[in-house]
Design a protein around this ligand. Structure first.
Ligand code: GLN
Length: 535
């Protein structure tokens, strides 16, 4: 077995250039050549994890199967490559410091003064190498969050500089920058890239490969200029144009031989370029899908990134069913009995989104009611499912005060309750029910038919649960509890079998939908909607 190779991906000039997509694409291309890979992310912010962050700060919080709340880029890694990430694929400055401080308190450092260098950088290096050592990957791709030049990113850059020094040819640096187009001058400008590379060089990092994000194609002479000034070989300057979809990035990188260049630089045989067959047929289906389906997302965050995995799951399912998905954000805080019909009627289907806290829940309840009464295909996810349950309790079971204990600690009808072991928790970070749990699907249920099996495993991120004391009442009136956790009887799925498609899941199916394995719930929802459209 050959040694694990390490690829470090940094970003310069601006944030949001798509480092996560580039890292995922590199992973995909190496995987297509038969290599066993993983991708990990190191974020310089001080929160221990993004679990406590408002989605407006950092987008969606992605949850791994082993129950770690992580950066949304891990979602890209999984969607592109089908790998399962873990708690060891995501670190922050806070987590690094926490572990160093814990060691200091235990006395592990034997009286030494604890410093950023070497103690913090050593801890970063230990974490960066952990998965490679434990699982013997061929490649470990490490994305460094933030932008080169940020003060808080410096220990991470120092750590990867040292790793390269230790590993030589077994490590490689990819730097992603931005080449802006100045309209007035009619020109693409490489100066910001040059500065960004200088910044890296000043701390001892020489990028091996530059990926230039641009809105206009780069000429050969511009590539040569960048190569010359930034001290890289001309073929290692790769352009990353805005593309129709993020899923076009891997083939586009492959056409510029990014994978071959990587293999060459780490001293592995280059061989034949693989076909990416299933991936390309996915892209073909995507291009051929012209007709649009309109899906309304009822939620409170008017921000694409807040519902990233839901949007991607829908779009993948759309592609496989031959449709383009047009999502419409429906602000649950603005929904009223007067405008609900106007908001929902133009939609082919509705997702009632996850969330926390009181704000916007009345709108979610209203949406659940409208969709139930008008048989609009609807998927409620986590808080969305809880709102389906509360709506049903209020309007069908006649429990006017029905609520979740999260919203009303005094409610007489706590149809959404808190579990015993959650009651004493005062620390908010990392203490919800997190990660993958099994769920048994009831014989004859819609959910069972959709999944095509009797036991599933899905990821969770919530504190509150369906209150089983009410289960009989719900079932008698037509809302069935069809997915049950076999260990503790918690209700994981509710559905109304008398409606065309009305399902609520306490778990988050969106975390496990990938390009080559779209999630059955999203697939079936879109298939159903498409069939209605065709009629
Ligand atoms: N706020 C709800 C709970 O904690 C739902 C969480 C979610 O939607 N992820 O149970």
């Amino acid at each position: 077995m050959s040694k694990t190779k390490y690829i470090f991906v940094t970003g310069g000039v601006a944030s949001s250039l798509g480092k996560g997509i580039v890292s995922a694409s590199v992973g995909k291309l190496l995987q297509a050549r038969g290599y066993n890979i993983t991708i990990q992310k190191f974020d310089p912010y001080i929160n221990i994890d993004p679990g406590t962050l408002n989605p407006y700060e950092h987008g969606e919080c992605y949850v791994t199967d082993d129950g770690k709340e992580t950066d949304l880029d891990l979602g890209h890694y999984e969607r592109f490559t089908g790998i399962k990430t873990t708690q060891y694929n995501s670190y922050t400055t806070g987590r690094i410091y926490q572990s160093v401080i814990d060691k200091e308190r235990r006395g592990d450092y034997l009286g030494k003064t604890i410093q950023v260098i070497p103690h913090i950088t050593d801890e970063i290096k230990r974490c960066m190498l952990y998965l490679g050592k434990r699982d013997h990957y061929d490649f470990v791709i490490t994305e460094i969050g933030g932008t080169v030049g940020d003060i808080e990113g410096q220990p991470f850059l120092e750590a990867i500089r040292q790793l390269k020094w230790e590993m030589g040819n077994d490590a490689l640096f990819i730097h992603l920058t931005y080449v802006p187009y100045l309209k007035a001058a009619g020109e693409l400008k490489t100066k910001p890239t040059q500065h960004s590379v200088k910044e890296l060089q000043s701390i001892g990092i020489q990028p091996d490969i530059l990926i230039l994000r641009t809105e206009h194609p780069l000429s050969d002479s511009l590539r040569r200029k960048v190569a010359l000034f930034c001290n890289v070989s001309p073929e290692a300057v790769v352009q990353n144009m805005d593309l129709a979809s993020i899923y076009d990035v891997p083939p586009c990188m492959q056409e510029q031989h990014l994978d071959s260049i990587i293999l060459q630089k780490v001293g592995l045989p280059v061989g034949k370029t693989p076909e990416l067959g299933p991936w390309r047929s996915f892209l073909d289906m995507r291009r051929n899908a012209k007709e649009e389906l309109n899906i309304g997302l009822v939620g409170k965050y008017d921000l694409q990134d807040a519902y990233k995995s839901i949007l991607e799951s829908l779009s993948q399912a759309g592609t496989y069913n031959g449709f383009k998905i047009k999502t419409h954000f429906i602000n649950s805080e603005k929904l009223t009995p007067e405008n609900i019909a106007a908001e929902i009627t133009p939609m082919d289907g509705i997702i009632i989104c996850p969330g926390f806290g009181q704000r916007g829940i009345d709108g979610k309840i209203l949406a659940a009611q409208y969709c139930r009464e008008h048989d609009v295909p609807t998927l409620g996810i986590c808080l969305g499912m809880q709102m389906m349950v509360i709506e049903f309790a209020k309007n069908v079971l006649g429990l006017k005060d029905a609520n979740s204990l999260e919203m009303d600690t005094q409610t007489r009808d706590n149809v959404i309750d808190i579990m015993e072991n959650q009651k004493q928790i005062t620390n908010m970070g990392g203490t919800m029910r997190l990660g993958g749990y099994e769920c048994v699907l009831k014989e004859g249920s819609h959910a069972r038919k959709i999944y095509g099996c009797d036991t599933i495993r899905e990821r969770h991120r919530h504190r509150y649960e369906f209150n089983n004391a009410y289960m009989r009442q719900f079932e008698e009136k037509g809302m069935k509890c069809v997915g049950i956790n076999p260990e503790n009887e918690l209700v994981e799925i509710v559905e109304i079998p008398n409606l065309t498609w009305y399902i609520g899941t306490q778990f988050h199916p969106e975390y496990s939908s990938t390009v080559l394995k779209p999630h059955p719930l999203f697939m079936d929802l879109i298939k159903t909607i498409a069939a209605i459209r065709k009629k």
